[in-house]
Design a protein around this ligand. Structure first.
Ligand code: SF4
Length: 414
């Protein structure tokens, strides 16, 4: 594996908890040229286990800037078009011990808010020049308010996304919001905005989304060909690497997946709902398949599947806004003009799922609010469902295993 521990720059990159920082090459060649899916899996796990952002430090070495994007949606094409690296902030996962953030945030809040603030308070977010927080919930709004004090040298921006998709004023409102974001990025070291560069970035991100859609289709069609964690880790790298590198990796690894011989097992086809912001641990994702669930569609890392494609011709800023507004996506932080019941039944049918697993972050109100409506529709159609909660650092999975095994058996042996 090309990633290695290094003492170079350790003072700048040192993890306050003492783990040695990893070093990746400036060209990210080890990712683009990884020989197998197993090698990519190892690389991704090594990067995620390092709280000092090794891919961001590699990007910064040539004098470029990175922008951290809190879930769920930021128009990352804008950041890319200004010569900056958009990086998905998905909290600290299992790597961060909370010792400072508890003093600033209440106890009954999701783990991602605490671990993100902890990273800021302990200097781990030093590689970033700016942060974007979409207004998805009160927690993200409050985090944005605290962040300038946690990371004083970086710009912090709250992105207001529309909730009314029927008004003629919605697209102009979002274009104005994107222009506000552009000004922040320019002042944080981004190149001046140019529509032709944004059009190029839109085309690149369209190719990345199209490739991710192919991966999703493989998992839906033939779920034994690739495990959930393999598919997840490959997608997760999409928010950590330069997009050109990620696109190359996706293409090469898809060919490897399609060469595999499928080995189907007796499993239940499951739609995974509710993990659109804070992410479950890899052990929990592994557990789902161990107990007999084929996750044939999910809301993990939803950003890469928000809308299928953005028109790069004409006014690219308006097209980017229009693609967001016209997306049919219906998840907890976005209300579309469909009803929640119609939305969940449509997704179950499209995925060919037999059951729905609600996997929600503890204390995540946007995810919890919809479950009652979803469940009413599923119960009416006699589609089984189960709700589990998780936290970033919850390692005890015995209770979840028991619930999942009972759920799977009740479907397989019904
Ligand atoms: S996990 Fe839920 S409550 Fe927490 S920041 Fe994300 S959407 Fe908001």
């Amino acid at each position: 594996m090309a990633v290695r521990a290094s003492s170079e720059g350790a003072a700048a990159a040192a993890d306050p908890e003492g783990a040695p920082p990893l070093e990746v090459s400036d060209s990210f060649e080890e990712f683009a040229r990884a020989p197998s899916l197993e090698a990519v899996d190892r690389l991704a796990r090594a990067v995620l286990a390092d709280a000092t952002w090794p891919t961001v430090r590699a990007w910064n070495r040539s004098g470029r800037s990175a922008v951290g994007c809190f879930p769920v949606y930021t128009p990352q094409e804008l950041i890319h078009a200004m010569g900056m690296l958009p990086v998905a902030l998905h909290g600290g996962g299992e790597t961060i011990e909370i010792s400072h953030a508890d003093a600033a945030l209440g106890s009954f809040l999701c783990s991602i808010s605490k671990s993100t603030l902890e990273m800021g308070l302990t200097g781990r977010l030093a590689p970033f020049r700016a942060f974007v927080f979409p207004y998805i919930c009160d927690v993200s709004r409050n985090l944005e308010g605290i962040f300038p004090r946690a990371v004083p040298g970086a710009a912090t921006h709250m992105l207001h996304l529309p909730q009314n998709f029927r008004s003629a004023a919605t697209v102009p409102f979002l274009v104005a919001e994107y222009r506000r974001l552009l000004r922040v990025l320019e002042s944080a070291g981004g190149s001046p905005y140019r529509p032709d560069r944004l059009a190029d970035s839109i085309e690149l991100f369209n190719r990345q989304r199209a490739e991710i859609a192919r991966w999703t289709e493989i998992k839906r069609r033939d779920p034994s060909r690739i495990s959930l964690t393999e598919s997840y880790l490959v997608r997760r790298l999409g928010g950590l690497l330069p997009r050109e590198v990620h696109l190359e990796l996706l293409r090469r690894m898809r060919a490897a997946v399609e060469d595999r011989v499928p080995r189907p097992k007796d499993s239940v086809r499951v739609l995974l709902v509710g993990s659109f912001c804070e992410q479950p641990t890899l052990d929990l994702l592994d557990l789902l398949e161990q107990v007999g669930c084929y996750v044939v569609d999910d809301e993990l890392l939803q950003l890469y599947r928000w809308h299928p494609a953005v028109d790069p011709t004409g006014d690219p800023l308006e097209n980017l806004a229009r693609a967001y507004v016209e997306s049919p996506l219906d998840i907890g932080v976005r209300a579309t003009p469909t009803t929640k019941g119609e939305a969940i039944l449509g997704r179950v049918a499209a995925a060919g799922a037999q059951a729905v697993l609600f996997l929600t972050a503890k204390f995540c109100e946007p995810a919890l609010e919809d479950i009652v409506l979803y469940r009413a529709a599923l119960d009416r159609e006699k589609i089984p469902s189960l709700h589990l909660e998780f936290e970033e650092r919850s390692s005890a999975l015995d209770q979840s295993r028991l619930q999942l095994e009972t759920f799977v058996e009740s479907i397989l042996f019904a």
